[in-house]
Design a binder for this molecule. Structure first.
Ligand SMILES: *Cc1c(COP(=O)(O)O)cnc(C)c1O
Length: 383
C-alpha cells in the first residue's frame, strides 16, 4: 500500500511532471521572474474559469484578504464580522489593519457563518463581512448577501478552501427564484483565495488571488498590491508588495486545467467515507447543502462520545494521519484576548472545536488506502 498522507503532492506531480518541468524551465530560461507572461495568462485563465471580471494575483491567501480590506477605506475600529471557526488568517488581517474582528457563530451542519448570527452582530460600526467556505463547503451566500445589502456592508468571501466550488444562487434572478450556477468567490463584492500547496488548487510554493466584478475595486486592489502606485514611482496611498511568482503562475496554469478532475477525485473519496460511516451513531459525516457543491478541501467528521485524541493516536499507530482543524477557535486565541468582541460565548463553535477530526483526502487516494482507513476508524469507534 502507498503510504497514507493528508495530501500526496508527489504522486499528483508525477502525473503532470513533463508539462510542469518544461513550464518551470521556460520561466528560468526567460528570466522574467517577476510579473512574467504566465502571471497575466493565469489571471486570464482563472477569470474565465470562475466567470469573474477581474482576477488579481498576489503572494498568498493572507495577503489577498489584507489587500481586499485595505481597498475599502476603512477606519481604525471599524468592525468586520467573521466566523471564529476558521483558519487564523481570516481574522488576523482584520486586527493587523487596526479594524475590529467581530466573531460570530457558525451553523453546526455546514460549519459556515450563520446568517442569523451575522445579522445580530451588526452595529453602526460594521463595515464588512467575511464569510469563509470552510473545508470546501460554501457559506449561505444568498442570505448573507441579502443581509449585507440591507445594511450596506461589503462582503469578502474567503474562498481559500473552496476554489472551483459551485454555488446555486437564487438572489434577484427571477420571481419565483431560479437558481443560477456561479463559482464560489464570485458572489460577494470580493473573493479571495490561496494557492498554498495543499489547497485544492495548490502551487509549488505560496500564491494567492483576489476576484471581483467591480472595476473600481479591482483598480484599487491592484494599486494596493503594488505599493499604492498606479503610475510607477507615484504613490497614492500606503500599499504593500504582493505578487504571484512567475514560476508559481506557470505551475498553476497547468494545474488549473486539472482542477475539475481534482475536485471529482476528492468528491469520490468523500463518497467512499460517507458510505463507510453511514448510520454510525457516533459519527456525523459532512453535510452537503443543496445550494452548493462540496469540493472537500477537508473531509471532517464530527464525533460524539468518542475519545478524539485516542482515535488520533490509534490511527497514528497504524500510520494513518488525522488532523484537528482547528483546535482553538479565533475568539479564544491569546492574540485577541484584549478585544472586547472576543469575549463572546460561541457555544456551537466551542462544541465543534472539541469534536471535529479530519481524515486524509486528496486527489491520489486509492481504494486500498480508503478501506484501510475506514476499517481502522470503525475498529476504534466500535470497540
Ligand atoms: C489557507 C487559508 C488562508 C491563507 O492562505 P495562505 O496562502 O496560507 O496565506 C486564508 N483563509 C483560509 C480559510 C485558509 O484556509
Amino acid at each position: 500500500m502507498h503510504p497514507i498522507q493528508m495530501v500526496d503532492l508527489k504522486r499528483q506531480y508525477h502525473k503532470i511532471k513533463t508539462e510542469v518541468d518544461e513550464a518551470v524551465l521556460n520561466v528560468i530560461e526567460s528570466t522574467a521572474f517577476i510579473n512574467g507572461k504566465p502571471v497575466q495568462e493565469f489571471a486570464n485563465n482563472l477569470s474565465n474559469y470562475l466567470g469573474v471580471k477581474h482576477v488579481i494575483p498576489c503572494a498568498n491567501g493572507t495577503d489577498a484578504l489584507q489587500i481586499a480590506m485595505m481597498a475599502l477605506d476603512l477606519k481604525p475600529g471599524d468592525e468586520v464580522i467573521t466566523p471564529s471557526f476558521t483558519f487564523i488568517a481570516t481574522t488576523e488581517v482584520i486586527a493587523l489593519l487596526r479594524l475590529t474582528p467581530v466573531f460570530v457563530e457558525v451553523d453546526p451542519k455546514t460549519f459556515c457563518m450563520d446568517p442569523a448570527a451575522l445579522e445580530k452582530a451588526i452595529t453602526p460600526r460594521t463595515k464588512a463581512v467575511v464569510p469563509v467556505h470552510l473545508y470546501g463547503h460554501a457559506a449561505p451566500l444568498d442570505e448573507i448577501m441579502a443581509i449585507a445589502k440591507k445594511h450596506d456592508l461589503i462582503v469578502i468571501e474567503d474562498n481559500a478552501q473552496a476554489i472551483g466550488g459551485d454555488y446555486y444562487s437564487k438572489n434577484g434572478i427571477a420571481s419565483p427564484p431560479v437558481a443560477v450556477r456561479k463559482k464560489t468567490g464570485t458572489i460577494g463584492h470580493i473573493g479571495t483565495t490561496s494557492f498554498f500547496p495543499s489547497k485544492n488548487l495548490g502551487a509549488y510554493g505560496d500564491g494567492g488571488a483576489i476576484f471581483t466584478d467591480d472595476d473600481q475595486l479591482a483598480d484599487k486592489m491592484k494599486m494596493v498590491a503594488n505599493h499604492g502606485q498606479r503610475k510607477r514611482y507615484y504613490y497614492e496611498m500606503v500599499g504593500c508588495n504582493s505578487r504571484l511568482d512567475t514560476m508559481q503562475a506557470a505551475v498553476l496554469n497547468i494545474k488549473l486545467k486539472h482542477l475539475d478532475e481534482y475536485i471529482k477525485a476528492r468528491q469520490a473519496v468523500a463518497d467512499f467515507y460517507d458510505n463507510a460511516f453511514a448510520n454510525n451513531s457516533k459519527i456525523t459525516t459532512p453535510f452537503r447543502a443543496t445550494y452548493c457543491s462540496h469540493v472537500f478541501h477537508q473531509y471532517t467528521l464530527l464525533l460524539e462520545g468518542v475519545d478524539r485524541n485516542g482515535l488520533n493516536a490509534f490511527l497514528a499507530e497504524h500510520k494513518i494521519p488525522s488532523m484537528i482543524y482547528y483546535p482553538v477557535p479565533g475568539h479564544q486565541q491569546k492574540m485577541f484576548a484584549h478585544y472586547e468582541t472576543a469575549k463572546v460565548s460561541l457555544k456551537i463553535t466551542d462544541w465543534l472545536t472539541e469534536r471535529v477530526i479530519s481524515l486524509p483526502i486528496h486527489t491520489e487516494m486509492d481504494t486500498e488506502q480508503l478501506e484501510f482507513i475506514t476499517t481502522k476508524v470503525l475498529e476504534y469507534i466500535n470497540r
